[in-house]
Ligand binder design. Sequence first.
Ligand code: PLP
Length: 410
Amino acid sequence: MIDPALPYAEQLRRRADRMATTCVHAGETPDEDGALDVPIVLSSAFAFTSADQAARAFRGEEDAWIYGRWGNPTVRALEEKLAALEGAEAACATASGMAAIAGVVLSTCEAGDHVVAPRSMYAESARLLRERLPKLGITTTFVDGTAAAYAAAMTDKTRILYVETPSNPTLGVVDIAAIVKLAQSAKAPRPLVVVDGTFATPFAQSPVDLGADLVVHSMTKGISGHGDVIGGAVAGPRELVDRARELVVKGFGGVLSPLAAWLVLRGLRTFALRQERSCATAEAIARHLASHPKIAVVHHPSLPSHPGHALAQRQMHAYGALLSFELAGDDALARGRKTLEALRVATHAVSLGDTRTLVVHPASTTHSTMPEETRRLAGIGDGLLRMSCGLESADDLIADLDRALEAAGT
Ligand code: PLP
């Protein structure tokens, strides 16, 4: 879906153009006062018009607002916009990305069930599967990201083939269509294919079009885009989305607040524009660092040297706004830390998908809860730095990196 014969900037412009109207208008209609902006409805409960209407609403015979944990107009508007952007029938907003992921797994699996997941993934998702869910009898086999490895790990108890692509923080690319084929060839009940699309965002990837059952997002990241909110989402067929909603939002209380929903809605109106710029910057920085003498390896699917390059061209609309890179030499860890401290334009902080460019050292921060051996198998070396490109000038960011790498010594 990325045409190597067309300049990348032109492809990004076309993708942004395709999404721009949906970003602005989907899910939003003027209210009865004519207010253009979706109101922030902060009421926790909603008045009934009669005893009969209350009873009908509780029996589910009438689509009425009842209580904020069961539904809210501001949150609903966000869910509709997100479903439209994802090309999904429905979406459910959750209190965080982790609430969405836990909700999907727990609403699909019970004691005795099994998940297959990639080794290279966000550390807290890995910890959920490795440490927390086995206490409930749900086990996971971690594999490298190939379809063959998923196939070898599947059992008749496998209920989820979990995919994170591109993966955090090594930008590994998993073949979604191949994993979908595997699920389709399994004996009933066939496992669900769940894709964490946080790194790609709906700008760079459409897992539902590739046959995935559910997409989960941390809306904290590129979807909200301004680093001012924590939120998550599940998107897919209404039946599966509602099953996750029943458990995680209604049952466990992982509800997104209306104020947070409004911030994400506002962020989404400029989503395509922001992603177009951030993806272009990531590609420019990856290209620059790939020939930098102080850098041993750059992980970004745009680079022909990246093992997932051809696959990314087939399954993505853009290569994404994140990259990671490893410093060359024996003392890569110490120099990586010095580099972080010498940055002046990019910000040394966790998270990603912000207007600001954020750089972090995963081994000592975001992925420090992974056992060392697992971390190494996942390709997360001591010298690896992850960069999420924001909206600053690409030239300023490249100059900042060059200066910081120089200051960190050889
Ligand atoms: N998935 C990925 C790929 C992430 O990077 C993160 C957080 O960094 C999450 C899920 C969890 O999202 P949240 O922090 O919103 O719970």
